[in-house]
Design a protein around this ligand. Structure first.
Ligand code: F6R
Length: 608
């Protein structure tokens, strides 16, 4: 969740380089930011500020930032409030560290260290690791040994980057948290981060260390990076990969927000997906999945990705007739599910770093179940851990609220279902499906041009008391996703409900201040309209998203957003979802919230 970046090399601009990396990662956590660096007189300098990265930049203005080694952090608070003291890096006069994750036994470690006279400055768990390593160093142990001995004592999933002023070097280590390092062997620079995106454009080669491998950055030297086991022997337990990510993707261009840009990217991404899987690099992966003969499928994910999983479940059940369950990863991992050989676990994720999703994957793997990811980030932990992978090809998603990733996850699932149904061998079926994807892209294109109607509905309803998103069948997952989008970016209470369930309790909440966003697609049309009638009868405000020219529904509705569903068939829910994305976007804009970085959230949830 936190963004971490470290630089070691010949450049004297390490602080600038780290700040640029942090800027790219700010969407991952933005409660506070800080840097530590070793200045030109070999003195450790530390600056940290609560609030967004810009606050830190203001603090750094006019300071001498010449430095060859720097570590920096953007925080998503877990232990301790959002204050300057709790911001990272945490340092003393011997070391500075940054941390992503949770040290579960921090209290015990703190108590033990305090009994030896160690004083703590912050309320964080992270500082216990700083003082533990320092304690080992004070005993006279070398730095590698001190890191290793300390790391063996901490519990929970964490990644640390350590700046050691005595030698000016940087070390890193992780367990169950993302960490990547990269080198540029022309400029002799070595960097480390929680996300390869921070390193794009600087390094040529990436290394993903496995758990409990100590990374030693020694940029400028023969080996720019070295890897050690906890017993201090050299190791090759890492995966290396060419760095091919471009930096331009981080620009908003003509759009006011990344979220809006990413909503607008969807038609192009949809068109490219069938090309990638039917005629491009993705073919092999899909052909592999076509050979699956699962008895049962468990789809597991969190948040928006879990809702995309519900859409995929409907494809697997409806088209393939394969029994499929969707499991919230945070619950699944702690249940005792009945997993059998012949089952398949599918893990849906944008980042590929969500802690609970990774744990659910590991549970399946241990039970001998084949695991497949539907994932955006190539090379992410989930990608590396699964037996097979289907990339969703959404490009970098910066807006914290997921939009294009949802659509691509569901559509990749649709292609997977086609592959399992044997359609890859049938040219006519592939052409038909490609045509349907193209039609969806075209309809979304048209919707985006006419988005003023959605904006004006948003203006009329954004300050109402509460929102029920309702839908039936294939639209129920879209109702859940629509409500989530609104909650997270507009900070209003919204619930997604199966339209038929409202009268079993929640209808008691309906009055003239409650809005019903009714998702009324062609399937189960009459049943859903009856449910809308029930809300109308109780004076709820009705916003319907339904078929064009349907007078009955139009008469019933206070606001009507007409759509052309013809030909879209099972892809229709994804079309409705784009209306929900725009409704949430414009309501948040009228409310004046921070759309790309909503309060309390972070893009990638790497703690459970
Ligand atoms: C909501 C949102 C989250 C993520 C969830 C899983 O807009 O983005 O609910 O979908 O945190 O994240 P990934 O897909 O990275 O596993």
């Amino acid at each position: 969740m936190c963004g971490i970046v470290g630089y070691f090399g010949p450049s004297q601009n390490s602080v600038e380089i780290v700040l640029e990396g942090l800027k790219r990662l700010e969407y991952r956590g933005y409660d506070s930011a800080g840097v530590s660096f070793i200045d030109e007189h070999n003195v450790l300098q530390n600056y940290k500020k609560a609030g967004k990265l810009d606050n830190l930049k203001i603090e750094l203005k006019g300071k001498n930032l010449i430095a060859r080694a720097c570590i920096g952090h953007t925080r998503w608070a877990t232990h301790g409030g959002v204050t300057d003291e709790n911001a990272h890096p945490h340092h003393n006069d011997i070391l500075s560290i940054i941390h992503n994750g949770i040290i579960e036994n921090a209290n015990d470690l703190k108590k033990e260290l305090m009994s030896h006279g160690v004083k703590f400055k912050s309320e964080t768990d992270s500082e216990s690791f700083l003082e533990l390593v320092t304690f080992e160093l004070r005993k006279g142990k070398p730095i590698l040994e001190s890191i290793s001995d300390s790391f063996k004592r901490i519990r929970g999933n964490s990644a640390f980057v350590i700046l050691y002023p005595k030698t000016g070097e940087i070390f890193a280590i992780k367990r169950g948290a993302p960490l990547v390092c990269g080198i540029n062997d022309i400029t002799s620079e070595a960097l480390v981060s929680s996300d390869p995106y921070a390193l794009a454009g600087i390094v040529h080669k990436l290394y993903f260390p496995e758990d409990e491998v100590i990374v030693h950055l020694s940029g400028g030297n023969k080996n720019l990076v070295n890897f050690y086991e906890l017993d201090l022997t050299k190791t090759t337990r890492y995966l290396s990969k060419k760095q091919d990510m471009s930096v331009e993707v981080s620009e908003k261009g003509e759009y006011e927000h990344f979220m809006l840009k990413e909503i607008h990217e969807q038609p192009e991404l949809i068109r490219n997906l069938t090309q990638y899987y039917f005629a491009g690099e993705g073919r092999e992966a899909l052909e592999k999945v076509a050979l699956y003969k699962p008895n049962r499928i468990y789809l597991s994910a969190c948040g928006t990705a879990a809702y995309a999983g519900l859409v995929v479940r409907d494809y697997l059940e409806g088209i393939n007739r394969i029994p499929a369950n969707v499991e919230l990863a945070s619950e699944f991992r702690y249940r005792d599910p009945i997993l059998k050989t012949g089952d398949v676990g599918i893990f849906v994720s944008q980042s590929g770093e969500t802690a609970d999703t990774l744990a659910a994957q590991s549970l399946c793997k241990k039970a001998g179940v084949k695991t497949l990811s539907i994932v955006n980030v190539d090379g992410s932990t989930l990608f590396r851990d699964c037996d097979d992978n289907l990339l969703i090809r959404a490009g970098v998603e910066i807006g914290v609220a997921s939009t294009k990733a949802f659509t691509q996850q569901a559509l990749t699932g649709r292609l997977m279902s086609a592959a399992m149904a044997g359609d890859l061998k049938d040219e006519a079926k592939k052409v038909k499906l490609t045509g349907k994807f193209a039609l969806l892209a075209e309809r979304i294109d048209r919707l985006l041009v006419q988005s003023d109607i959605i904006k004006s509905v948003a203006e009329s309803i954004y300050n109402k008391k509460g929102f029920f998103y309702t839908g039936r069948g294939a639209y129920f997952p879209i109702a859940l996703e629509g409500a989530l989008k609104l909650k997270e970016i507009a900070y209003v209470h919204a619930e997604g409900y199966a339209a038929g369930e409202l009268k079993h309790g929640p209808i008691a909440l309906i009055d003239e201040e409650m809005v019903n966003i009714a998702l009324v697609g062609p399937e189960l049309f009459e049943k859903t309209v009856s449910n809308v009638q029930e809300i109308k009868a109780r004076k709820g405000i009705i916003v319907s998203i339904g078929p064009r020219n349907n007078e009955e529904l139009m008469d019933l509705s206070d606001y009507y957003i007409p759509l052309d569903f013809e030909g879209l068939e099972e892809l229709s829910p994804l079309y409705v979802n784009v209306v929900n994305q725009l409704l949430a976007y414009y309501m948040a804009k009228f409310k004046g919230t921070d759309i790309d970085k909503p309060r309390n959230l972070a893009k990638s949830v790497t703690v459970e």
